[in-house]
Design a protein around this ligand. Structure first.
Ligand SMILES: Nc1ncnc2c1ncn2[C@@H]1O[C@H](COP(=O)(O)OP(=O)(O)OP(=O)(O)O)[C@@H](O)[C@H]1O
Ligand SMILES: [Mg+2]
Length: 320
């Protein structure tokens, strides 16, 4: 081979991710900085390098080595200012939709006081075990590993933890055996309390998704939650409007019990991306109560979640 940098054998978009490339006696060894890459992305880049280099004259063997094996796990928080606007519903469905997009997703239910993921993901009653003093996430039928206080304490038992105890409980859920999970979604409790602060201080999320219903009051609270992330230096990936437009199951007429379009307008005003709108639909509630989140299916109800996930997926991709 000539003495020019062997990396010029690769297109710039791939060469950028290659820490080093050597070619000796027909064997090419490429070292790829895989930090922050998902499993799918790793597979793709490995495939592309192998294909391109194998086609070069004088190369008969290609080895691709991935570095940064110490997993760079990214955390995406889902929050809202107000309670009951659909954070938990969105988090579960976003997790499923991001998994469909090829990411290895795990879910932490950080709502220590009112956990709802065991019901939504249909794995109530399962108990996580501990290994080496860390929790092992429990599986769910939709293939998302999850940890929730709901798996650790009896359902309905009021939790009177405050301050440091709540923070420590959250730490145990996040600092667990997530193994090959590359994207951890965290379903936050509403508002801006102890749990949110622990989250921001100990486990700074890569980004946050904010959910709101279209009413003015919910929007004011959403803006406040946005401010909290902003102050902590956590970028807001965007706003989601939930419970927009109700189609009457009898006559089909669409009404807007909470107004419509308010979140998109607010996103514009706050200069934040608008990620999409989820309709108010009885089937979403029924699916959530039955451990069958709509994003796991392939009918029209999955669509808004898949569209929002595509935007979040693109945002994550643009960060690395
Ligand atoms: N788009 C929707 N259509 C119909 N029902 C919905 C929709 N989104 C959420 N729900 C229902 O509204 C209720 C509240 O939703 P969810 O638990 O996701 O909100 P939350 O913001 O996580 O609440 P909390 O603040 O209590 O944690 C649930 O019963 C859920 O099934
Ligand atoms: Mg919730």
């Amino acid at each position: 081979m000539s003495s020019t940098d062997p990396k010029t054998l690769l297109p710039a978009s791939i060469a950028d991710r290659v820490a080093s490339l050597s070619v000796k006696e027909g064997r090419a060894i490429a070292v790829v900085d895989a930090g922050g890459m998902g499993t799918k992305e790793r597979g793709e880049i490995e495939g592309a390098i192998t294909e391109i280099l194998s086609a070069k004259e004088g190369i008969s063997d290609v080895r691709v080595v991935m570095t940064a094996e110490r997993k760079q796990r990214r955390i995406i928080a889902v929050g809202s200012g107000k309670g009951g606007v659909g954070k938990s519903t969105l988090t579960a469905n976003l997790a499923i939709a991001l998994q469909k997009a090829g990411r290895k997703v795990g879910l932490v239910d950080a709502d220590i006081y009112g956990p709802s993921q065991p019901v939504i993901l249909g794995n109530q009653g399962q108990k996580p075990v501990a290994r080496d003093e860390k929790l092992v996430p429990v599986e769910s039928a939709v293939g998302i590993p999850v940890l929730s206080m709901g798996h650790l304490v009896e359902p309905g038992r009021a939790l009177a933890w405050r301050g440091p105890m709540a923070g420590n409980a959250l730490s145990q859920l996040i600092d667990a055996h997530w193994d090959d999970v590359d994207t951890l979604l965290v379903d936050l409790p509403p508002g801006t309390g102890d749990v949110q602060l622990t989250m921001l201080q100990r486990f700074k999320p890569m980004g946050a998704v904010l959910v709101s219903t279209p009413q003015d009051l919910a929007l004011i609270d959403a803006a406040r939650a946005g401010q909290l992330f902003d102050q902590a230096g956590v970028p807001v990936i965007g706003l989601v409007e939930n419970m927009a437009g109700y189609a009457c199951p009898h006559c089909g007429e669409v009404s807007d019990p909470f107004g419509k379009g308010g979140v998109e307008t607010a996103a514009g005003r706050l200069e934040l991306p608008f990620l999409g709108r989820i309709p108010l639909d009885l089937a979403i509630r029924q699916g959530s109560d039955a451990g069958k989140p709509p994003a796991a299916g392939d009918d029209a109800l999955a669509r808004p979640f898949l569209d929002i996930a595509a935007k979040v997926d693109a945002w994550i991709g643009a960060q690395s």
